[in-house]
Design a protein around this ligand. Sequence first.
Ligand code: SAM
Ligand code: SF4
Ligand code: SF4
Length: 360
Amino acid sequence: MSPTDTTSSSARPERGPVPPRRTEQPLLDTRTRPLRDLRISVTDRCNFRCTYCMPKEVFGKDFQFLERDQLLSFGEIHRMVRVFRDHGVEKIRITGGEPLVRRKLERLIEMLAYWDDLDLTLTTNGSLLEQKARDLKNAGLKRITVSLDSLDDAVFRSMNDVDFPVEKVLEGMEEAERVGLLPIKVNMVVKRGVNDHSVVDMARYFRDKGPNYILRFIEFMDVGATNGWKMEHVVPSRELVERINAAMPIESVEANYRGEVAERWRYRDGSGEVGFISSVTQAFCRDCTRARLSAEGRLFTCLFATQGTDFRALLRGGGDDEQISRRLQTVWGARADRYSEIRTAETARLRKVEMSYIGG
Ligand code: SAM
Ligand code: SF4
Ligand code: SF4
């Protein structure tokens, strides 16, 4: 039996052999890219207002977030994952909005952890991690990514724009380390003139924390239509490599697998690694194997998409797995996205879907 209902007293499925994938053929898009990763947004709400993601002026008290019944239920998400897995998905990332504000998220984790051949992880702003890390681990989460943009408390508070202290996020990471949600990847979005002076401090701090932590620098991206993106705010990864190298020598490392998003570098003295995610200056669309499912069940085949395909109506209208599978094959089979390869000042102004809606 596998769970499909969030109302049952325990979502933990009976442990027994996990069924093999039904389809061994990878699903390919028009550029022969297989579908390998699914990012699932479980809420469009967040307790932060990061200026580059959910600026307060737009996401204020009058902003219409999704209502509870508009969100996919855990049972519906579970069904989607079952079909996606059959089509070759190997990695699931739970995201948002802030995923830890979704009630009883650990039950969804428990349901998805049933497939022990899936690499299951979650991206969080870390604000609720200290309370939730142990339950997440017990539910079957394997590892975690925490976003942190500066160690400078004043800079961090002004970037999250809700005056949240950096110390609380660091405590959340320590708890995640204690319970074994490892490795902990740390995402830092770098914005010129805002937090780029924190880059070397961040690199040194997480290098000194040892191999359980892997820091990744993310170029500020023109996601959505509200964050006022300009090219001059982007600090190219090349420049960051030079800055870090001048302080602590680094050398590049081979990718772990095709399609790995972060370019890997290691400290020459053997003290660990850092990653660079360069969506703006070094597009990686050629190997992009990711799809994104919004909290209300729309599937997006690119982070910069302007529209998605609804699966919720199919799920709620009695559609069976076969119908979900056919729709997925149609959508992925028609996929031709390569936004980062063709980005211009004009495309940056397009009305794209918000990152807090489809997840990072
Ligand atoms: N709230 C969670 C968090 O912040 O980790 C998960 C959702 S958030 C949208 C996922 C990731 O997207 C975060 O690491 C965040 O820093 C990143 N992000 C958001 N807006 C971005 C932007 N404009 N450019 C680059 N990364 C961005
Ligand atoms: Fe919230 Fe994450 Fe967006 Fe920040 S980056 S506003 S924490 S969803
Ligand atoms: Fe993938 Fe779209 Fe990003 Fe290119 S721009 S790497 S296709 S999500």
